[in-house]
Ligand binder design. Structure first.
Ligand SMILES: [Zn+2]
Length: 196
């Protein structure tokens, strides 16, 4: 017997949900209405990174950071309406499976180019070019590069912090933990594929 994954299967990795009382403010939305939250280590690494970027004339701006599963559920439903029930999952993770619930993830924009916030235009920005060359020095990595094996849409704005062993093992599980995490993630992917 051979197992063929349907080409449309999209696998969002199961992620730990951070205790929201441990989060701190990392910046406000452009309209000032939402105060974004992240883990202290994410905030500290981002501050160092944005200072280095600013010294080179690039202003990084946090568009989203922590997102709780309740809000994730609302946005996931919106994505399904916008992109179709089979395709919404390419753009947004189902609740419980979003990297944004870890407190280690930032959607980053370019303060000088609001039109490119949270969409593929972000590739054209100075901020993206700078991040591509420098983010790894500050222990940030792109979660969903083009053609990623998980089948998630390319998201040039979505960066995760991997500067602690806890964060690394969440995003790059190894050994038995990897079997548990990916098993759970694939089961969820199949569930959404069968009942979009
Ligand atoms: Zn994101």
């Amino acid at each position: 017997m051979s197992l063929h994954f349907p080409v449309s299967l999209v696998i969002h990795r199961w992620c730990p949900l951070v205790d929201s009382t441990s989060l701190a403010p990392i910046g406000n939305s452009r309209d000032g209405k939402i105060a974004h939250l992240a883990r202290p280590e994410t905030i500290s690494a981002f501050r160092h990174m944005s200072a280095a970027a600013r010294a080179e004339g690039v202003t990084l701006h946090v568009i989203w950071a922590f997102r709780d599963p309740r809000l994730q559920r609302e946005q996931f439903e919106e994505a399904k309406q916008k992109h179709g029930s089979r395709n919404g999952i390419r753009w947004l993770a189902p609740p419980g499976f979003s990297e944004h619930q870890t407190g280690w993830v930032l959607d980053i924009g370019d303060l000088d180019d609001p039109e490119a916030d949270d969409n593929p235009l972000f590739e054209r920005t100075k901020a993206f070019r700078w991040l591509k060359g420098n983010a790894s020095q500050f222990k940030f990595e792109l979660s969903f590069p083009p053609g990623n094996w998980q089948g998630v849409s390319y998201e040039p704005w979505h960066w995760r912090f991997v500067g602690t062993s806890e964060a690394r093992s969440a995003f790059h599980p190894a050994g038995l933990r990897a079997i548990w995490v990916w098993g759970r993630s694939i089961a969820e992917a199949l569930r959404w594929w069968l009942h979009p």
